[in-house]
Write a protein of this length. Sequence first.
Length: 466
Amino acid sequence: MILPALVALLALPAQAEEARQPTPPFYFGADLSYVNEMEDCGAVYRKDGQARDPYALFAELGTNLVRVRLWHNAEWTKYSDLDDVRQTIRRARAAGMEVLLDFHYSDDWADGDKQIVPAAWRSIRDDAPALSKAVYDYTFQTLRTLDAEGLMPDQVQVGNETNPELMGEADWKTTRPGIDWPRNAALLNAGIKAVRDAGAQSAIQPLVMLHIAQPENVEPWFAAAWAHGVRDFDLIGLSYYRKWSTRDLDGLEQTINRLRHRYPAEVVVVETAYPFTTDAADASPNLLGADSLLPDYPATYEGQRRYMVDLTQRVKFAGGVGVVYWEPAWVSTPCSTRWGQGSNWENATYFDWRRGNEATPAASFAKATYREAAPLTLTLRRPAGATGPLWLWGDFLGANDIAIRLAPDPQDPTLYRYTTTVQPDATLRFQVYDRRPFDRGVLGDGQLIEATVTGQGFSASYVVQH
């Protein structure tokens, strides 16, 4: 039996959120990759009946991050190429918003089901060193080109929904069994290094995001990536569409909480959406229909708005730092996509065609009132003369197999600290060990540990002996 060296229970009062410490910026984002094309097709976006510039409108509604995709060489469309990306970044920056550039590393849609190598690289698909060099050179040169025009993005995705092996497929008809992780890690690390090297020559050093579709897939993927040396990333991006996920909102929240404690990275829901109606404006079938609805969220203005507000509140409480809505402006127009005339998404945008593309209430989800997570700092004092790390375990970490290694304070080797956030009003339990608890280490009998728990609006001190 393992005896915990320290066990304490504490309740965080509701007032802990009222005078909180500064927190990382929260990204209220929108993927606007289709906007330039939609405007060329005649789309007009309205607020209070007035036609508006979509970028300025999104900024006014509280959006502070614009996501934009980039294909390598999509000969089937003139959009989502470098020129289109330039236009999006210029317009987003002019409206005061940051930019997340999403490299698909494909000539077409790369997603959780397929990762098709660009045609220009097909001959080197199975030559990992050559393909890694191509990834590096392309990523680096793209970013340096943008930076030379004052358009360096603030964040960069190295791949889009890379659940399968990056560029593992030669065409739409083939599939690659499993993931060759040495190859996959080499490609991802090549892209990451290119972002770092390009940023080192710029006034803007972009944050690096890796992106996986659906929360149930994120943890095993990142465990494998980490084990194979993919570690230099700042953001974990995940797509969450309940239609295609096995996890409800509780499951999403728990996944985010575990991820942000397990890895030295912040977590962003970088794709999500919800319909405001099941009607259609055109013959192009809607991807999010009645099969996408949740019991508490009808396909109405209020249902769409409440879904976005509730999801965002969950992300905040879990310690995530952003929510990005996928294609809120992909409205129906006379133009055709590869799937037919119109849009497959008009019922899940932020604009109602039945009212001349008037903005729906969900468009301003960033303006809702949210409760912030409560900051928490644990300060531990080890007995005089004892050295080395301590290991912190707690149910607030979200999983029994997560333990945080605490290093001694450089100024006082007897002090150890851990700072995080928790949901207000939560009751926490934590334990401290002198080695990883899974190695069955405990502090010796008779030793004392002082634990001080502090946050905005409360503090408590414990001295425990076992």
